[in-house]
Write a protein that binds this ligand. Sequence first.
Ligand SMILES: NC(=O)c1ccc[n+]([C@@H]2O[C@H](COP(=O)([O-])OP(=O)(O)OC[C@H]3O[C@@H](n4cnc5c(N)ncnc54)[C@H](OP(=O)(O)O)[C@@H]3O)[C@@H](O)[C@H]2O)c1
Length: 379
Amino acid sequence: MLSSVTLKHVGRINIVTKVATATQTRTIHDLTLRKKTGEPMLKYGLGGRSSTNGHIATVFGCTGFLGRYVVNKLAKQGTQVVVAYRDADEARHLKVTGDLGQIIPLEFDLRNKEQINECVRHSDIVYNLVGRDYETKNFTFNDVHVDGSRVIAESCAENGVARFVQMSALNASEDSTSKFLRSKALGEKAVREVIPDATIVRPGTMWGHEDRFLNRIGEDGGWQYYVNEGNTKIRPVSAIDVAHALEIMLTAESTTGKTYELYGPKEYSIKEIFELAREITMKPLPIRAAPNAVFKLAATFFDKLPYNQMVSPDLIERMSMNDKITPGALTFEDLYINPTDLETVAIQFLRRFRSNAVFDLPYEKGDGQVQKGVYHLID
Ligand SMILES: NC(=O)c1ccc[n+]([C@@H]2O[C@H](COP(=O)([O-])OP(=O)(O)OC[C@H]3O[C@@H](n4cnc5c(N)ncnc54)[C@H](OP(=O)(O)O)[C@@H]3O)[C@@H](O)[C@H]2O)c1
């Protein structure tokens, strides 16, 4: 705003000096308070990426598949995001998701409480997305999902972090036959013991560009396989929809202390997903089918290899389990999100597995209807 104009007469020349001062108008709407801590959040700017919404969020597990979408969505609305990483190279791509100074990479080790304290002490919300599909020689499922979650939750409690969001998994249960799912359930319990009003999120199998689901089906290696004769029933969910749900939890205090089960709108058998992939990629997918016991034996061997630990007997067990939805659990609907159906957009993820000769062809479903789903990957 132009605050003053001065006119000086210097000889016969008139010099007009314009003094411009930026004035900021703030209204009560720019101020929000964290219900639990009373901490004030002051918005600054017009909204969006180049403004600040006053929130500081820490995302553990940000270097994974879901992490990039969560960090992007938070930063896009002006949140300052602490991205907690183990390997700096793995977090480098996150730097550009926010404006200058908005993305703060901090190194941490799941067993180093001091480092975790550093990562959370300025934040008003912490997301724990840390998880691993397989055990390593350094970390068991319990180390990552139970002890790791507990130490992060304790650090948040000690540092007065107002909100805590814990990523679990659909089907997590203490009685599960899968060690992974048991540890996820125990992780939820450990977090709730420390922070009773933590928000728990249980997503189904997530799909997206960097997933470990469609990519495993579409890739050319000839290693495609399904267990349980492809009859396992799952409700795959878009990683972007899950990230959207986490974004809403940033400000929606109504999500405090709740458990959300986030799954796709349609149930598919694995066989149907393979069929969809075969139709879209326009090539036969070599599918290896064998009894679960044989797969588990093979997986035990691959699990022992010092590299590429992508298959384990526990993964085979999970692949033969149907998705079970807890009756009455909160879902996308309670967050006013319409989850995307995989079928309508699958071509955008599977087209790259096509041969050059048919790359540009539209996907015509059995009924001849051309699928035109337009999907904003990073909106
Ligand atoms: N993807 C799915 O279909 C699916 C389904 C249900 C639930 N979930 C859960 O949702 C969350 C996010 O999934 P995602 O697919 O994004 O997982 P992801 O790609 O495997 O990423 C996992 C993240 O956890 C970190 N991490 C793993 N072990 C760690 C350890 N010992 N110390 C520190 N950090 C560690 C990884 O860090 P590094 O990059 O340093 O390894 C990475 O940032 C996970 O908790 C997962 O279990 C995923």
